[in-house]
Write a protein that binds this ligand. Structure first.
Ligand code: MCA
Ligand code: AMP
Length: 522
């Protein structure tokens, strides 16, 4: 039986709030509140609608193109109660990316909420598009508890697309057990309870917003206030929340808004932030300056933790106890870690690649056996295989408990911008399709606002006419806006080694001469 589904089913009669929505009209105040009873009822209705003409194939991928709302929660659990596996699509992705996700996952049905209807139109040639709102009124077939009983812990629950070092994004498959364990571990570690109200402004197509934030809150019976990220509104909404979860780029934006606010607003916002029970930061390194600014307002730095799509949260600072800026704390219970040196014997080292194993580690990449095989390393002693995170870490032996410190990625081709993981190779592949591009190398440049700023270095083909804006526009039609290079720099050649491979560190050093100082928020 799926614990994830059983936990949700146990709230089928609960009248307390599960989801507080943002009004659809921008600027309007006070959206609707939906009880646990109504979102569970909605999920059971969606399951009935999805199986009205016969059961789904076991683990069938069903895509959601649904705005952050109670309907999203019902659709997510509805697909799972029907025995399917969720693929979350985002309105941020242009049609070619969305079509790739659906084709790669083998999606046959896309559930669409009314505000997303137009975005689903390009998918209609390959998938059945079903409108969510009428499905929510379908008469139930069985109750949530019985439906939960029929779904195995080992069944796939969620397929999340994540960028890798091999071009196109890969679908990481998480089982019910993976997510159920996460819900429990994170909920317990961070003290979640029915009294919490989570202020949630993260995107729902990634692990952070979907599982670490939303599902942790729902697993504990807390309410989730789902809203888009707008720094002033987020400060305002802290007054009605107990927990906030953000990425460092959000804290950066919050302080830009704070510095531009009136004295009254700052006083009001500071008081609300200081009353939060918990503020967390993750998905990228939180600069110490931002951590200290948060301490200046609230008395505590945000609780920083380390996570990945493939594992959820693996390492976290403690809720109560010392928090050290720049450290991510210690592994959650059940999470085993190993720091591995560079040698072929995979010996333990003080500084090296972080390997992880435990029940929250994902099942593999969908239909990508070679990538799955190279992501795991067998244990010569016969234990479970280790997942290679691709992050270089060390432990800070001078600090209490010797917390982990994340030093960076092992691959220069993986970038993090505003918390989104990006593949330099994927962006290069797209730009290379432009007729004026002879050669291209994409790199990340340290940036105050985004952590890393995506920069494309391009050698033009002959004397082809092409401006940075042309290449950005070309990329924007094919990639999510956060993957579009912020700068395009034309060079006469790219630095290469004897094998003809671009030497990206040399390129980064060379770029210092070309790039203007980044503006704080662009
Ligand atoms: C928006 N833009 C970006 C980004 N976000 N550019 C680079 N990197 C970004 N992250 C672009 C927009 O397309 C726009 O471009 C311009 O920047 C200004 O956009 P704006 O509307 O101001 O941005 P926003 O919509 O407010 O977004 C900022 C954001 C967002 C809220 C910080 O980036 C965000 O939600 N990040 C969270 C990502 C996340 O959830 N990652 C978790 C992965 P133009 O002007 O050209 O149109 S999971 C993970 O990492 C693991 C599991 C973990 O540990 O959590
Ligand atoms: P994603 O693949 O989008 O789930 O991103 C996972 C990656 O985000 C990790 O492998 C790390 O590189 C990075 N990450 C997550 N949390 C932190 C953190 N607290 N500090 C530094 N990097 C982090």
């Amino acid at each position: 039986m799926s614990q994830l589904l059983a936990r949700f089913a146990a709230r089928a009669d609960d009248p307390r709030a599960a989801v507080l929505e943002e009004p659809l009209d921008a600027g309007a105040r006070g959206g609707a509140t939906h009880s646990y009873a109504s979102v569970v009822r909605g999920a059971v209705a969606i399951a009935a609608a999805l199986t009205s003409e016969g059961p789904l194939a076991p683990g069938e991928r069903v895509a959601l193109l649904v705005h952050p709302s109670a309907g999203f929660v019902s659709a997510f659990f509805g697909v799972l109660y029907a025995g399917g596996c969720v693929v979350v699509l985002s309105p941020l992705h242009p049609a070619p990316e969305t079509a790739y996700f659906c084709a790669d996952a083998g999606v046959r049905t896309v559930l669409v909420s009314a505000p997303m209807r137009e975005l689903a139109a390009p998918l209609s040639s390959a998938c059945a598009i079903r409108e969510l709102e009428p499905m929510l009124a379908t008469p139930a077939k069985g109750d949530a508890r019985t439906l939960a009983d029929a779904v195995a812990e080992s069944a796939p629950a969620l397929q999340l697309y994540t960028s890798g070092t091999t071009g196109k994004p890969k679908g990481a498959v998480l089982t019910h057990a993976n997510i159920g364990v996460q819900q429990e571990l994170v909920g317990r570690a961070w003290g979640f309870s029915e009294s919490d109200v989570l202020l949630h402004a993260l995107p729902l197509h990634h692990m952070h917003g979907l599982a670490i934030a939303l599902l942790t809150a729902l697993g504990a019976g807390a309410a989730a206030h789902l809203r888009s990220f707008d720094a002033r509104a987020v400060w305002d909404d802290m007054a009605r929340a107990t927990v906030f979860m953000g990425v460092p780029a959000m804290y950066h934006r919050l302080f830009l808004a704070f510095d531009a606010a009136t004295d009254d607003e700052r006083a009001r916002w500071s008081a609300s932030a200081a009353k939060l029970r918990l503020a967390t930061s993750g998905s990228a390194a939180l600069p110490v300056t931002l951590a200290e600014r948060w301490r200046g307002v609230t008395g505590l730095i945000p609780l920083e933790r380390f996570g990945m799509t493939e594992i959820g949260v693996g390492i976290t600072n403690a809720l109560h106890g010392p928090r050290f800026a720049g450290s991510v704390g210690l592994p959650l219970p059940t999470v085993e870690t190993k720091i591995v040196g560079e040698g072929p014997a995979h010996e333990d080292a003080d500084t090296g690649e972080l390997w992880i194993r435990g029940p929250s580690v994902f099942a593999g990449y969908h239909r990508k056996e070679a990538e799955t095989a190279s992501a795991f390393v067998a244990d010569p002693r016969g234990g479970a295989p280790w997942f290679r995170t691709g992050d270089t870490v060390t432990r800070d032996l001078a600090l209490e408990g010797a917390p982990f410190r994340i030093l960076g990625r092992t691959s220069v081709d993986i970038l993090k911008s505003g918390g989104y993981k990006l593949s330099a190779l994927e962006i290069e592949e797209v730009l290379r399709e432009h007729a004026a591009v002879a050669e291209v190398a994409v790199v990340g440049i340290a940036d105050e606002a985004w952590g890393e700023r995506v920069v494309a270095c391009v050698v033009r083909r002959g004397d082809a006419a092409c401006e940075p804006a042309d290449l950005r526009a070309f990329a924007r039609e094919r990639l999510a806006p956060y993957k579009v290079p912020k700068d395009v720099i034309f060079l006469t050649e790219l630095p290469k080694n004897a094998l003809g491979k671009v030497v990206k560190p040399a390129l980064v050093a060379e770029l210092a001469a070309h790039l203007p100082s980044p503006t704080p928020s662009s």
